[in-house]
Write a protein that binds this ligand. Structure first.
Ligand code: ZN
Ligand code: ZN
Length: 629
């Protein structure tokens, strides 16, 4: 027998109280009190009962319910159903539950549902779906569990709603149980159910399971393709999103705007300029107009693919812009280190009458941070509430810590941390730890790392950052302790990847990679570079050996970090003077940063690196980030 073993919900869904009926109004001819004592509180004269049947029968009452436009009207029909005992008719009761649920009066719907002596699949699916639609997932799953236990036959109306409610780690366990149930009941080939399973696995971050279900589907609709494309982008594999997008088109499925926004988002994660251009051309060829959502997504895409100018062209071409559009463009200038332009755009935004919101202030503060505009940033931070009624939240505080940290004003950061009353989250402590990384404030770093490890005990990056801080301070015993802790907790490290675009193709490298057909030439190039660099005074920075930990621990792999391999490949496969663009999924390490700076000076090439945090434009031995990142 199927059981929801893992379904332990915090608050039980109690039998409804009688209160929801208190506002029930009655028709003049009826004294509800004589039938339902609890409805006696306020016998209200009904003004508007013309929609109710005069000589009611179930069918006309159901028809009346279809006509209902307000909850008051539903309550009137409800009252009539009670007084005429038609509430016991399954069709009437179902329609009442449905109508209440449509108006999102789920308490009322549930109180009828709870009293129903007879229920069919329609009743169950209305309730399961009703709670799913308003995001009350616990209640949705609880009712679904009762549905399964009632012995009713599950169907493809109710199942997708229940699956929609499984969307995190706890939900995943239930989702897997439901999947078993689907399998046992022979519904695996149902398109709606399969689509919901794909969606469930993707939302829970189990992209491989989603893919398995997806591949087995004999017919895939546009929504399912979109879910799969978006799932890959969300879980950090935008390459596969692009592959799927091409396959979808090959199979003759025509993407709509929602799909295109998803694809644009995936491309922004991939950071591949030639893909961005292809997508842009495709959008133009299909005559998709640049509405606010698609246009804004494209600004973000071009910015993250390395061209702030292309982003600006889209921005200028958009007829309608909202506050998110402006904020995205400000943020685009920010991540490319054009702080002044970000500030200018902010002024223009105010002049055009758009009110900044909390997202705008995150964009503007982080732009100040990336460009080291400390005083300007502080001014915005202090004026946002006073002048624009936007209360600083943890994201704004995070930007400020970053801003002070990068500028070396660590004491001001500490003061801010002590002053703030909003709850600190992972991103905030990450910024504190980052600030400490640059300035080696061990006490604060430990404090931040402990908070982070409490919040995310399995996130490798924080162990790495803490250990780098200890390494910088020469505290090798502590470095060893962090390493032990990582092993003990079996922390999974996120593997570092770097992508490089050569002749409109993307190549992917990981540390120590030897899978590329031109591996020999790549390593020869690295050797040549390292000799030249050492002559120029470069000393490998072994403090960063914990970066990308897994592999580096095995040997002195500093020279084969994925970004170095990608740069070497870029150098051997493009003509002199060509800009090399690479994308790294993690924060670029200190050693690779120094390496890239020096290489840009020796080979006289511009190297643009996008890491998890920002863009670095390397040129003639310098980086646009000013060595703060
Ligand atoms: Zn590195
Ligand atoms: Zn840099």
């Amino acid at each position: 027998m199927f059981k929801f073993k893992s379904l332990t919900l915090s608050k039980p869904l109690h039998a409804p109280e009688i209160i929801p009926f208190s506002s029930l109004t009655a028709s003049p001819a009826i004294t509800l009190g004589s039938i339902q004592p609890h409805l006696h509180r306020q016998p209200i004269q009904i003004q508007d009962t013309h929609f109710l049947p005069i000589s009611p029968d179930p069918r006309s009452l159901v028809y009346a319910l279809i006509q209902c436009r307000t909850t008051t009207q539903i309550k009137q029909a409800h009252a009539q159903a009670i007084t005429t005992s038609m509430i016991g008719n399954l069709g009437v009761a179902n329609k009442l539950v449905y109508t209440y649920a449509q108006f999102r009066a789920l308490d009322d719907a549930h109180s009828i549902f709870y009293r129903m002596k007879e229920r069919d699949n329609v009743t169950w699916s209305i309730m399961v779906g009703g709670f799913a639609k308003i995001g009350e997932y616990e209640n949705c799953l609880r009712i679904f569990r009762d549905f399964v236990r009632s012995g009713s036959r599950i169907d493809n109306y109710t199942l997708p709603f229940a699956l929609r409610a499984c969307r995190d780690t706890q939900g995943l366990n239930i989702g897997v149980e439901i999947h078993h149930l689907v399998y046992k009941s022979g519904m695996s080939s149902d398109v709606f159910v399969s689509a919901a399973l794909v969606d469930m696995y993707a939302k829970c971050g189990c992209i491989e399971d989603a893919r398995k279900v997806f591949d087995k589907m004999w017919r895939k609709d546009l929504v399912t393709w979109t879910v799969m494309i978006s799932g890959y982008a969300e879980c950090g594999n935008p390459e596969e999103s692009m592959v799927l997008f091409d396959r979808m088109k090959e199979e003759g499925i025509v993407p709509d705007k929602v799909t295109m926004v998803t694809v644009v988002f995936a491309c922004s994660k991939l950071g591949a300029m030639h893909k961005a251009k292809m997508i842009h051309e495709y959008i133009l060829s299909k005559k998709h107009s640049l509405n606010v959502i698609l246009g804004t997504a494209m600004i973000d895409m071009y910015a993250k693919c390395g061209s702030v100018d292309a982003a600006r062209e889209i921005f200028d071409a958009m007829k309608e812009k909202n506050v998110i559009t402006w904020s995205s463009m400000i943020s685009a200038y920010g991540i490319h280190g054009h702080g002044r332009k970000a500030l200018e755009l902010f002024s223009q935004m105010l002049e055009s009458g758009i009110r900044p919101n909390r997202i705008t202030f995150v964009s503007i503060l982080s732009a100040c941070s990336h460009s080291g505009l400390v005083d300007e940033g502080s001014k915005f931070f202090h004026s946002m509430e006073k002048n624009y009624l936007v209360q600083p939240d943890v994201k704004h505080y995070t930007c400020m810590v970053d801003l002070f940290g990068r500028a070396g004003r660590i004491n001001e950061a500490v003061e801010l941390i002590q002053e703030m009353t909003v709850e600190k989250d992972e991103g905030f402590w990450g910024a504190v730890l980052g600030a400490c990384r640059i300035h080696g404030n061990i006490n604060l770093a430990e404090n931040a790392a402990k908070s982070l490890l409490e919040l995310r005990p399995r996130h490798s990056g924080y162990y790495v950052l803490l250990s780098n801080i200890y390494a910088n301070a020469g505290k090798w015993e502590d470095v060893a302790k962090v390493r032990e802790l990582m092993t003990g907790r079996r922390v999974k490290k996120i593997p570092g990847w770097t992508w490089v675009e050569i002749n409109n193709k993307t190549y992917q490298f990981r540390v120590g990679d030897k899978t590329h057909p031109q591996t020999e030439q790549i390593y020869d190039m690295l050797k040549v570079l390292s000799e030249k660099l050492e002559k120029a005074g470069y000393v490998p920075d072994t403090n960063f050996v914990l970066h990308d930990v897994d592999e580096e621990l095995k040997a002195g792999f500093l020279y084969t970090h994925s970004e170095k391999l990608a740069i070497a490949y870029g150098l051997i496969s493009t003509p002199e003077g060509t800009t090399i663009r690479i994308t790294k999924n993690l924060r670029v390490c200190g050693d690779c940063h120094t390496f890239t700076k020096m290489v840009s000076g020796i080979v006289h090439r511009e190297i643009v690196v996008r890491d998890a945090n920002r863009f670095h434009h390397f040129n003639e031995g310098f980086c646009s980030c000013g060595d703060y990142w």
